[in-house]
Design a protein around this ligand. Structure first.
Ligand SMILES: [Zn+2]
Length: 283
C-alpha cells in the first residue's frame, strides 16, 4: 500500500488500484487504549467518550477550539475516572481515544446521531451530508477497532471461566439545551436490575443524588455499547453517568473512583456464578 497526501487527506492505494480514503495516518495514536490487559478481575470498564482527539486528516472539523474541548466532543472527566478506577481495582479497561464527533461509539452506526450534525445547538461542519464511504472509513478505523478491543478482553476473561461485569462510564453536562440537571450520578440500566440496584443503593448511601435511569435511560436504544457487549450475551452490566462538574478536577476523580472501587469490590465479592444465569434468564 502507498500513502499519497492529498489536501490534508490521506489516500491509500492498494494493489488492485482501488482508491480508498484513509482516516488515520500510521503515526497517529491508536483508536483505543486497553489498561490492565492481563487482569483477571471480573470487571471490564469501558469508556466510549474518553477522548477528544481529531484525526489530522479531519483538521478541526470546522469547530472552534472551545467546542473541541467541550462536552459535545468529549465526556469531560470520564476517561480520568475510568483510568483511576481501573488502577485501583487492577481491572481491565478499554477507552476510545478519539472524539465522539468523528463517530459515536455508543450508537448503532445506522443511528442518525452516530455521525452527529448538530450537538447541543452547535453545528458540526465536518459532519454535514457525509457520504456512506466516509462513514464506513470512520467506522472501520475507529468504531470497530474499539469494539473489537472490548470483545477481545471479554473473550479473554471468558476463556478463563470469568464472566465479567461490564461497567460503562460516561459523564453528562450540568446544563443541556438550557435545562439544569440536578442528579450527581445516573445509574442506567435495562435488563440487569440486580447490578443497577446494587449501584443505586450504594451510591445513595455514599450521599449522592442518584438518578435511576436519569438523565438518560438505559432502556433507550442509544446505549449501544451495553446492548452489544453485555445485554446481547447475558453479561451483568451497568451504565454510569457522572455529572461533569464532579469529575472535572483531580480531587473529584479521586473521590468518586474511591467510592466506585468500594462498590465494585463488594459487588464482585458477593457475585456468584449463578448470577450470570439469572441475568440470562432476564432476557
Ligand atoms: Zn458519554
Amino acid at each position: 500500500m502507498k500513502v499519497i497526501g492529498n489536501k490534508g487527506q490521506y489516500i491509500l492505494k492498494n494493489n488492485n488500484s482501488k482508491i480508498i480514503e484513509s482516516l488515520l495516518s500510521p503515526d497517529e495514536i491508536s483508536p483505543y487504549i486497553t489498561l490492565n490487559p492481563n487482569s483477571n478481575v471480573p470487571v471490564v470498564l469501558v469508556c466510549d467518550h474518553a477522548g477528544n482527539r481529531f484525526p489530522r486528516s479531519l483538521g478541526t472539523m470546522g469547530l472552534d477550539y472551545l467546542d473541541r474541548i467541550s462536552h459535545i466532543a468529549i465526556d469531560i472527566g470520564a476517561g480520568n475516572t475510568t483510568e483511576s478506577l481501573a488502577k485501583k481495582l487492577n481491572a481491565t479497561a478499554v477507552l476510545c481515544q478519539y472524539s465522539r464527533l468523528i463517530v459515536d461509539c455508543n450508537r448503532k452506526l445506522t443511528d442518525n446521531t452516530a455521525f452527529i450534525e448538530n450537538s447541543d445547538g452547535i453545528d458540526i461542519p465536518g459532519n454535514q451530508n457525509l457520504k456512506n464511504n466516509t462513514k464506513k472509513v470512520r467506522a472501520s478505523e475507529i468504531y470497530w477497532p474499539y469494539h473489537d478491543a472490548i470483545d477481545t478482553q471479554i473473550s479473554r476473561l471468558k476463556d478463563q471461566g470469568i464472566s465479567p461485569i461490564i461497567i460503562s462510564i460516561h459523564s453528562f453536562t450540568p446544563t443541556l439545551e438550557g435545562h439544569e440537571r440536578e442528579w450527581e450520578i445516573g445509574v442506567l440500566w435495562d435488563k440487569d436490575h440486580i447490578t443497577a440496584n446494587f449501584f443505586l443503593a450504594n451510591l445513595k448511601d455514599a450521599g449522592f443524588l442518584v438518578g435511576d435511569n436519569k438523565p438518560y435511560s438505559g432502556k433507550h436504544p442509544e446505549d449501544f455499547t451495553i446492548d452489544y457487549h453485555a445485554e446481547a450475551v447475558g453479561l451483568p452490566h451497568v451504565g454510569l453517568e457522572i455529572r461533569q462538574d464532579i469529575i472535572n478536577h483531580d480531587e473529584g476523580v479521586e473521590h468518586i473512583s474511591n467510592i466506585l472501587q468500594e462498590i465494585v469490590k463488594s459487588l464482585t465479592a458477593t457475585t456468584k456464578p449463578s448470577n450470570i444465569q439469572t441475568n440470562k434468564s432476564l432476557r
